[in-house]
Ligand binder design. Structure first.
Ligand SMILES: Cc1cc2nc3c(=O)[nH]c(=O)nc-3n(C[C@H](O)[C@H](O)[C@H](O)COP(=O)(O)OP(=O)(O)OC[C@H]3O[C@@H](n4cnc5c(N)ncnc54)[C@H](O)[C@@H]3O)c2cc1C
Ligand SMILES: NC(=O)c1ccc[n+]([C@@H]2O[C@H](COP(=O)([O-])OP(=O)(O)OC[C@H]3O[C@@H](n4cnc5c(N)ncnc54)[C@H](O)[C@@H]3O)[C@@H](O)[C@H]2O)c1
Length: 474
């Protein structure tokens, strides 16, 4: 490793996003260093995307086989829980980041381990594991990619009950006999699915419906799916007090009580920006770091905020998309090259605004992109939404008996293009990218009729959706 304290770019936080900002900048001809306080690879690799999906996958495969006669008869056993946990451990490399450090070395990115804080203009002070300090200076830019933390709400007794957050759930070494999940968002739904599959008796306490950011039918179908898995889904419920004793955790809810061995709090995220020195440059510690579309913080021309910490679209793929724009913009600005930060330009994360895809790995799965009908109306667009059931698609029935699910497209009636699409059904994750291409490409509906899905595939849902919308009006 090159031992210098001056780099073109300093990246604070070596999660998936920070790694990509540094990589793009180095590929653009700059020198870069990443400051990382825990594991290179970040939340996503060790306590979020990878372990959660590994915990979910085995149960999904087992149930998919059970939906196909012939295969179903061959499935005579239950999940092998220790094998599922071992597979999860393999995906997290046993919480060892040496593979990712090797990749940094191969990409010519330096690594400084420790907690970094901005300590002035283009300066970062790192407190190392031994308590020693090292001051780094950036010739051009500092990119903050410090991610987000789980929020633990101020419910009386909750903090003292030492609840699980997504970290403890995704890295659990044992499956509790019973689990209370507080929240109705993506983490709550996925972890309730995973732990119910692994044998926990799960109770979900959601203050409103499930998956509130999606089309309403998504949360309704997922609640049905969870109930089929044996989860006690309670909506419109808010915990008022939590106590832990030797018997487990007791949660008081509107006149009743729920008891379980463990409790998971999945009630959203807050930016990891409270202890990164923002006050030294006149910014508010603990705030989401707002940016322009090139991910630069307005008013501080050397500071970028990329990934979860800017609150734009807290997803790994979207953060890495931002990282490509930001890393390239930093390199271009450093070298006085052209910067194209207009909408859809190389240096702009335009898709964050209304074209974000997301897959929830629940059962049924939820895959969506762009605006929901309600969000489009709120944005003042004149829209029409059409819905189709997966049971009307031959390919979906062949894929697995009794396909339960629905798809919706949201069409801009003035421009006749798709603003959004949502698919809820078994294994719909791979359907959404076609919709993402249509939304980002603003493909006219009349041209979509010429994008013919193969027969008999699940993608034929596209044809059914166009038929439901009607060709004459297109
Ligand atoms: C349970 C769960 C499941 C998820 N599943 C998915 C999924 O399936 N798909 C998806 O797209 N998204 C998923 N997400 C969201 C995804 O994890 C985040 O969007 C992603 O990790 C954000 O990447 P990041 O690099 O911005 O932040 P992080 O991954 O949080 O990385 C930030 C890094 O910065 C380091 N750091 C923080 N402060 C400092 C400091 N002061 N000094 C030095 N280092 C510091 C941290 O140690 C960390 O390594 C999931 C989230 C959760 C909680
Ligand atoms: N598959 C994926 O893409 C995936 C998986 C997991 C997480 N993520 C991302 O991680 C982030 C965090 O997920 P999340 O589920 O924690 O957040 P979320 O915002 O999706 O859901 C938060 C839930 O907590 C509830 N809530 C909030 N405050 C509460 C309170 N005080 N009491 C009771 N309930 C409360 C909300 O009503 C909501 O149901 C999201 O941005 C999500 O996109 C993505």
């Amino acid at each position: 490793m090159q031992m210098t304290d001056e780099y073109d770019l300093i990246v604070l936080g070596g999660g998936p996003v920070g790694e990509n900002v540094a990589d793009r900048a180095v590929q653009g001809g700059l020198t870069a260093v990443i400051v990382e306080s825990e594991l290179v690879g970040g939340e996503c690799s060790y306590w979020a995307c990878m372990p959660s999906k590994a915990l979910l996958r085995s149960g999904q495969v087992l149930r998919a086989a059970r939906r196909v006669p012939g295969a179903a008869e061959a499935v005579t056993g239950e999940l092998d829980v220790p094998a599922v946990l071992r597979r999860r451990d393999a995906f997290t490399s046993d919480w060892d980041d040496s593979g990712q450090v090797d990749w940094l070395n191969s990409a010519n990115i330096d690594l400084v381990r420790g907690h970094g804080r901005i300590s002035g203009e283009r300066r970062v002070t790192v407190t190392g594991p031994d308590g020693g300090e090292r001051v780094l200076t950036a010739r051009h830019a500092v990119a903050v990619s410090t991610g987000s933390d789980a929020v633990v709400p101020g419910i009386p007794g909750l903090q003292e009950a030492a609840p699980w957050t997504s970290r403890e759930a995704t890295s659990a070494e044992e499956v509790p006999e019973s689990l209370i999940v507080v929240g109705g968002g993506v983490v709550a739904v996925e972890m309730a699915t995973a732990f119910a599959s692994l044998g926990s008796r799960v109770t979900m306490l959601a203050r409103s419906g499930l998956l509130g950011a999606f089309e309403p039918f998504a949360g309704e179908l997922v609640a049905e799916g969870l109930r089929e898995l044996g989860v006690d889904v309670r909506t419109g419920v808010s915990p008022t007090r939590v106590d832990r004793d030797v018997a487990g955790v007791t949660v008081r809810v509107d006149g009743g009580e729920v008891l379980a061995e463990e409790i998971l709090v999945a009630t959203g995220r807050s930016p990891r920006s409270d202890d990164i020195g923002l006050e030294t440059i006149g910014l508010e510690p603990g705030s989401w770091l707002r940016t322009d579309d090139s991910l630069r913080v307005p008013g501080v021309d050397w500071l970028y905020a990329v990934g979860d910490v800017n609150g734009r679209a807290p997803l790994t793929h979207q953060g890495k998309y931002q990282a490509r724009a930001a890393g390239d913009a930093i390199a271009a600005r450093a070298q006085g090259g052209p910067v194209d930060d207009r909408a859809w330009g190389r240096h702009a994360a335009t898709a964050d605004r209304a074209s974000v895809p997301q897959v929830v790995f629940s059962e049924p799965e939820v895959a969506s992109v762009g605006l929901t009908e309600a969000a489009a109306q709120q944005a003042g667009r004149r829209v029409r939404a059409v819905d189709v059931e997966f049971s009307s698609v031959a390919g979906a029935s062949l894929h697995g008996d009794g396909p339960n699910g629905r798809a919706r497209i949201v069409v801009d009636e003035d421009r006749r293009i798709l603003l959004g699409a949502t698919f809820v059904g078994p294994e719909v994750a791979e359907l959404v990218h076609a919709a993402t291409v249509a939304v980002v490409g603003e493909v006219p509906i009349q041209r979509l009729w010429h994008a013919v899905p193969s027969y008999p595939t699940v993608s034929e849902i596209w044809l059914r959706l166009l038929e439901a919308y009607g060709r004459d009006s297109a």
